[in-house]
Structures are given as C-alpha cells and as structure tokens.
Design a protein around this ligand. Structure first.
Ligand code: SF4
Length: 480
C-alpha cells in the first residue's frame, strides 16, 4: 500500500519560503517518493522546480536559491491518478488571464473525467491525465468571474472525491480540505509566518506550533505578508469520512491528525487488539516499522492482565531496500522479504511468537514472514492485525491492490489463516477503531474494509446518501 501524496504551503514575513518548504517536504517524504516539487511567488512572478525522485535528489542548492519569494507551496507524490511521469509531478502550475496558479493535491477525485471532458469542450487544453490539472483549470475558469473565495467554493461544489489542497494564486497561499475531511491537512504557526501541511510533523520540523487541523469543507487563506490567516467554512458537512488508515499505517507516528497523536492511537489500538483477541505466547514481535506501536500497546495490555508475554524486537529491517529494487523472477520476488527482514534467532527459537502488523494486503509478505519465523525456530506463530480485513480497493488516493488481489477480498479469516500458515489469526474490529478515535463509524471512511464508500463511485456501494454533482453545464453563480 502506498499513500498518495504530501502537500505543504508556507507564507513568511520577510524570508524566502523555498528552504522551509524543502525541509517540510523532507518531513513528508514517507507520503510520496516518486517526485518532489516547489512553486514560489515573489510578488511579481511565479518560480517552479519539480523533479522526479526523492526530495534529496530533486533539488540542489542552486535550485532552491532560484525559487524566489516568501510564499510557496510544495508537494511529494506517489502517483495514484495520472501517469507515472514528469507531466503529472506537482505542484501543477499554470498562468492564465487573471494571474498564476499553483496546485498541490493529496487525494483522488472520482468525477475528474466528467469535469475534464466538459472543460475540454469549452476549449481547455490539458497537458496531463491527472485530476489535479482538472481542479486547476476549473479554478482558473472560475477566477475569471469570481473573487478568490467564491471561485474556490464554486470549484468545491463541482469536484467530488477526496482532496487536501495547497493552492497558490499569485502570491496568496490557500489550503482546502474536502467536505468529508478524507485526507489530513493542518495549520501551524512559525516565528515569522504560517504553514499548511498534510501532517504536523512537517510543522515540527520547522520549529513551528501546530494550531489545529483544517476543518472538513474549510478554506484557509494565508496572508501573503506572513502575519496571519483567514478561514472560510465553504461547505458544512453532515458527516465526515476521515481515512482511518492514516492513523493505522500511512501517517508518521509523531504526527497529530484530527486531534489524535498517531503513536498513541496505534498503542491504544494495540491494547484493544489484546482485549479482543489476545493469545498466550512467549514473545510479541512488531513487524517493523508501523507494527511497533501496536505491539508495545498489545504487550502492555497483556502484562496488565498478568500475562508473562515479553515485547521484543525480533525482526530487523534493512532500511536500504527501496521500492526500485529489481526482482526479475517470481522466485526472487518471493525472497524479497528475506532482503527486507531478518529474524533475531535468540528471541524466536523455541518460543511461541505473536507478530503484530498493521494490515494484510495480498498476504505474500505474511506468508513469507511466518515461514521465516518458523525456519528461525518459532514453535508457534500467531498473527494479530491492527485493522479489519481489507476487502475492497481504495478510490481515494491510496495505491492498494485490486479486489482480486486482496487476500481478504473473497476469503474468510480462517481461510486466510490457513493460506498464510499461521497458528492463529485475528483482526481488529471497526468498533475498536471508532472508539479509539473517539468518533462514530459514520464519520470514518471504511470503504476498503466494508466495500461501502463515502463517495458516489461508479459500480460501488455507498454507506451514506451521497450523489456526485451534475456536470455537463458550465457552473454558474447559482451553484455558489
Ligand atoms: S478506502 Fe480505506 S484507505 Fe481509502 S480512504 Fe477509505 S479508509 Fe482510507
């Protein structure tokens, strides 16, 4: 599974925004490794540098020096909609009659094709097949007729799907979160300005203070002189649809998302995993890295209950195996787990082992991992998962597998246990997640674990009353 993207926007009083943007993209690197980019504005013109690759490779000191201006936005991308090539790298930038526009998008629109077709009929020419360009063109069009806030509102009334956006219109930086709040976005204060970012860890990196999450349906406009910001609640949501997987897997544990510190959420989910399906064993091992907080919560709850279970690091991860590692044959692909993880025999040999992971997608890694532990001398291997089974794909900007590829797509938990050859297998319930996040199921996106989505997606069920906006006639002031 891959998120997706990370976005950031910064307005400063009296220094260039390029370096702070660069540092915050570093903090968000886990959200996308395919491309990185920054767009700035100095009050006169826009500057842009967007490259394929990791943040550290995409910029050299000269690139940063050339990005003038104290306002800017940035983006790291793992492609979800649009091709894997430079034309879809972001921020997307465009100049039009009433100024320049830059856009960074995290999420995925489900009606981008309809809007794109309509705009193409009206004469708009697209340079990519990504949904971000569709938003940019729609907004550019609305800006010809409306002020900034009304133009954003008009575009929000037309786009359907998940989006956290940082936008730059000339030198003004904006942040927008979709009415369901599916993807995260927060605002923070720096000594000499303000910052919008996908995760608060980016604000921490700049020695800033997290102010709060951007509310679902809210627009935040940073003052171009770095002295403040204005907010506009453009859409009042009935229910939100926060992606619970941000807390389970995607976000950094040191980030606070929707008022919850991710690390503490994962520990609490681990505790609940013990309460719901704890199994006696000698040692509990996290699957690094994201299983670590779950496993420590699980072990703590077990010990509170009087269990002798020991928490140990039994699997060492090779941090240098990247996504681009070349494995030409299936046999070699199956060895991938040996390259990524190596067991510490002394914590495993002759023991009943419980491993804690955040999810099982295709099941290949779990199968290999269990074999690895048995080869290392484990007497029993129990598997506990800190999320419900993934039964359906994600359409909201997470690169998952298709239904057919998902191990839980059409198998029961017992069948999965047999396939991965675990001694026992349990997943966490949806209720445990809602309880931990102190929210109700109706305010979460649960699409991938229920097959019912919070958006109107062709051919899929919804878990609420939603309908995509009617597209086909150009928007009018009546839409506002
Ligand atoms: S379908 Fe799953 S991964 Fe996608 S947004 Fe919803 S909860 Fe998150």
């Amino acid at each position: 599974m891959h998120e997706k993207c990370g976005v950031v926007g910064i307005s400063l009083e009296d220094r260039d925004a390029a370096r702070p943007l660069y540092y915050s993209l570093y903090a968000l690197q886990h959200r996308g490794q395919e491309s990185a980019g920054i767009v700035t504005h100095d009050g006169f013109q826009q500057y842009s540098h967007v490259e394929m690759g990791l943040v550290g490779d995409a910029f050299d000191p000269g690139d940063l020096e050339a990005l003038n201006g104290s306002n800017g936005i940035g983006h790291v991308r793992y492609p979800t909609a649009g091709s894997v090539n430079a034309c879809c790298a972001q921020p997307f930038s465009v100049s039009f009659k009433s100024g320049s526009l830059g856009l960074s998008h995290n999420g995925n629109l489900v009606n981008a094709d309809e809007i794109g077709d309509e705009l193409a009929d009206l004469g708009h020419a697209f340079t990519s097949d990504g949904d971000t360009e569709v938003i940019a063109h729609d907004l550019a069009r609305n800006l010809l007729e409306e002020d900034l806030v009304r133009a954003v509102k008009r575009t929000m009334n037309r786009i359907h799907g998940s989006y956290s956006l940082t936008i730059m219109h000339d030198e003004t930086v904006l942040g927008v979160r979709d009415p369901e709040g599916n993807r995260p976005l927060c605002i923070g204060e720096l000594e000499d300005g303000y910052v919008l970012a996908s995760e608060s860890a980016a604000i921490d990196t700049l020695d800033g203070e997290l102010i709060r999450d951007v509310k679902p349906g809210e627009l935040v406009v940073l003052h171009a002189d770095g002295t403040g910001y204005d907010t506009y609640q453009l859409v009042e949501p009935e229910n939100t649809a926060h992606c619970f997987f941000e807390h389970v897997y995607f976000a950094r544990p040191d980030s606070t998302i929707d008022e919850n510190l991710v690390y503490e959420v994962r520990r609490e989910l681990g505790r609940k995993l013990w309460e719901e399906s704890g199994v006696e064993s000698d040692v509990v091992l996290p699957v690094p890295d994201s299983g670590r907080a779950f496993a420590s919560g699980y072990a703590e709850a077990a010990q509170d209950d009087g269990s002798d279970i020991e928490f140990a690091e039994g699997l060492m991860k090779n941090r240098y195996v990247g996504r681009t590692f070349i494995m030409p044959t299936q046999d070699e692909r199956e060895r991938a787990v040996r390259l990524k993880l190596n067991p510490i025999k002394s914590t495993i040999e002759g023991k009943r082992v419980t491993i804690i992971d955040d999810s099982i997608v295709r099941g290949t890694t779990s199968t290999q991992l269990i074999q690895l532990l048995k080869d290392a001398g484990a007497e029993e291997v129990h598997v506990r998962i800190g999320a419900p089974p993934i039964v359906a794909p994600c359409y909201m900007g997470i690169d998952m597998a298709s239904r057919d590829e998902l191990i839980a797509g059409n198998q029961s938990v017992d069948e999965i246990r047999d396939e991965i050859e675990a001694d026992s297998l349990s997943y966490l319930s949806i209720d445990a997640i809602a309880e931990t996040l102190e929210t109700s199921r109706t305010d979460l996106c649960l699409g991938c674990v229920t097959g019912e989505y919070p958006y109107d997606i062709e051919g899929e069920e919804t878990d609420r009353e939603v309908a995509r906006p009617e597209i086909g006639t150009p928007s009018s002031p009546a839409d506002d």
